[in-house]
Design a binder for this molecule. Structure first.
Ligand code: MV4
Length: 447
């Protein structure tokens, strides 16, 4: 087991990882920018190292400073959290070259999944169902027309180096195809330095369902069920739940087992998330994320398994603590992302939190790095906390969520809490009847 882990992140996820390290008796080092000297992760860690000025590229993204912080403090592993360097293959490779363990998959697996064409090709080879479309990059208009005619309109053109919704163009008919291909490719070249694009059938009303997987790096793979993350705004998730209200136990086992086997065959190590669009009873792979995700606590709530413990165990060579048959699903969990933003316009609202009071009681978890008197710096993303509620079933979970939202107090700044108080009383949400476009339509109506 590791002696000392360096946490290369900030905010609630830095605390999340700190807690796991403490429970495992592992010493902790955090890094921070000058803007985060008062942050909770700095206060709670055994050691801290200031690695640079506020902009992320000079601090939380500065690989050389982080490697230097490892050498100075004698850390033998790095947990990257999510965002920042968590899916940076070069970072994973550099740490390996310094004999420091990256708590995550190999640089090669990160690289494959970062290239969306390569990721899809790999998924298909491993027996994961993918969205019908081009077999690789599409370069000329004639080929594009042939593929689009074959799969049928509408189609979507995606950047291979994109992901998370960046660099996509929808073509409703052949008339949109030429300009779509041209602009998608040009924009991808400018934004990512890689102009490769590919074409897929455009699914009109899918849900976003993702499967939590783990590999031990030695040919074993398991799944921890799925999360439904369909409630998003501009590709930012707002509300996530597990299990998906749309799936039955048979569908869950079917897609879960496909994913677990794929992860085993790939020789993947650590936590991963396989993202699907789900429509008319079918799953279609879109991307794989090679990190721990923001919404991992809903999976922890329904399985009772600490996924960060599991990441640390696997990275230290201890293997997975569970076999597939040990993973049991219990009840229902919902996560609300509390952002320091206007609840209607989503404009960031940094500033001082004058009062912070979190809800408690059975089935309530709050993961947050803020406190009363904390001043939110303007440099980073606006997530200030997550409310995760668990109940024996979805109805109980929703009742408990409504009560928890009533108790939650964040004064001094605007937050997304009022949006959740509206959503929890909405009939479609109560029925689990929503797709990836539901929230944007709802917000447009509310204007
Ligand atoms: C799609 C799609 C429809 N059809 N692919 C957006 C983020 C990126 N991960 C994939 N995305 C989409 N890919 C096909 N073939 C619709 C989206 C999409 C979306 C997906 C998940 C959650 C919210 C979304 C909002 C708009 C579009």
């Amino acid at each position: 087991m590791f002696q000392k882990i360096l946490i290369a992140n900030r905010g609630e996820i830095a605390l999340r990882v700190l807690r796991a390290c403490k429970e495992l008796g592992i010493q902790t080092v955090v890094v921070h920018s000058t803007a985060d000297a008062d942050a909770m992760h700095v206060r709670l860690a055994d050691e801290s190292v200031c690695i640079g000025p506020p902009p992320s590229r000079d601090s939380y993204l500065n690989i050389h400073q982080i490697v230097a912080a490892c050498e100075i403090t004698g850390a033998d592993a790095v947990h990257p959290g999510y965002g920042f360097l968590s899916e940076n293959a070069k970072f994973a490779d550099i740490l390996a070259a310094h004999n420091i363990t990256f708590i995550g998959p190999s640089g090669d697996h990160i690289r494959i999944m970062g290239d969306k064409i390569e990721a899809k090709r790999t998924a298909k080879r491993l027996g994961i169902p993918v969205v019908p479309g081009s077999d690789g990059a599409v370069t000329d208009q004639k080929e594009a027309r042939r593929i689009a005619a074959e799969i049928g309109y509408p189609v979507i053109i995606k950047a291979s180096a994109g992901g998370g919704g960046r660099g996509m163009k929808v073509a409703l008919t052949e008339a949109d195809l030429e300009i779509g291909l041209q602009t998608a490719s040009t924009e991808a070249g400018a934004a990512f330095g890689d102009d490769a694009v590919y074409i897929e059938k455009y699914l009109e009303k899918p849900r976003h369902i993702e499967v939590q997987v783990f590999g031990d790096g030695a040919g074993r793979g398991v799944h921890f069920g799925e999360r439904d993350c369909s409630l998003q705004r501009r590709h930012q998730k707002v509300w996530e739940e597990a299990p998906s209200p749309a799936l039955n136990a048979e569908e869950r086992a079917r897609i879960g087992n496909i994913c677990a086997k794929a992860i085993a065959d790939l020789g993947y190590s650590g936590a991963g998330t396989i993202e699907f669009l789900y429509e008319n009873g079918e799953f279609y792979f879109i991307e794989m994320n090679t990190r721990l995700q923001v919404e991992h606590p809903v999976t922890e709530a329904i399985t009772g398994i600490d996924l960060v413990h599991e990441q640390i165990r696997v990275a230290s060579g201890g293997g997975l603590s569970v076999r597939q048959e040990d993973i049991k699903f219990n009840g229902h969990a919902i996560e609300c992302r509390i952002n320091a933003e206007d609840p209607r316009t989503f404009t960031p609202s940094p500033g001082t939190i004058t009062h912070f009071h979190t809800p408690g009681g059975l089935g309530i978890r709050v993961d947050s790095g803020v406190y009363s008197g904390y001043k939110i710096p303007p440099y980073y993303d606006s997530l200030i906390g997550k409310l995760i509620v668990h109940g024996r079933n979805r109805v109980e979970c929703m009742m408990r969520l409504r009560r928890a939202l009533d108790e939650f107090v964040v004064d001094g700044i605007k937050t997304t809490l009022p949006l959740f108080r509206d959503l929890v009383g909405n009939a479609d949400i109560a029925n689990g009847d929503y797709d990836i476009h539901w929230l944007e339509k709802y917000l447009a109506k509310e204007e």
